[in-house]
Design a protein around this ligand. Structure first.
Ligand SMILES: [Zn+2]
Length: 132
């Protein structure tokens, strides 16, 4: 295995004075996401409650899949920790990315669900939150 490039998230917003906590992989403690990118806590993952993030770091994407959720059918990629390979959640695939990468007309089937596109779900039980 080659070099692992790990991104370390900032622990505070600097001059703004507001501090942001960092969510890390429960298993290997690698940074995964910052509360600054947290969009919702009102989601459910496979296991339990989950978070919706705009941006997640130190992950690899699984294959693109169509999956049925309680909210409808979505195009997603599972996301894995780059360090320990734990499956941390999934990404809602954005239509724009799909056109760019695959030239397929797959999309979120329910228009009201569009706000999730391109965003990331992280399973809460697989995260540990580091206080600022
Ligand atoms: Zn990990």
């Amino acid at each position: 295995m080659g070099l692992l490039f790990v991104q370390v998230l900032p622990r505070s917003d600097g001059d703004l004075g507001s501090s942001s906590a960092v969510f890390r992989c429960q298993r290997c403690r690698l940074d995964a996401a910052s509360t600054g990118d947290l969009r919702s806590r009102e989601f459910y993952g496979r296991i339990d409650r989950a978070y919706l993030f705009d941006r997640v770091v130190n992950i690899t994407l699984g294959p693109i899949e169509e999956r049925n959720f309680t909210t409808g059918r979505h195009t997603v990629n599972d996301i894995y920790c780059i360090c320990c390979q734990e499956m941390l959640g999934w990404r809602y695939f954005s239509q724009v990315n799909l056109y760019r990468m695959m030239c397929l007309q797959v999309k979120a089937y329910v228009e009201s669900q569009k706000h999730k596109e391109g965003k990331f779900i992280l399973e809460r039980t697989l995260m540990c939150k580091e206080a600022p």
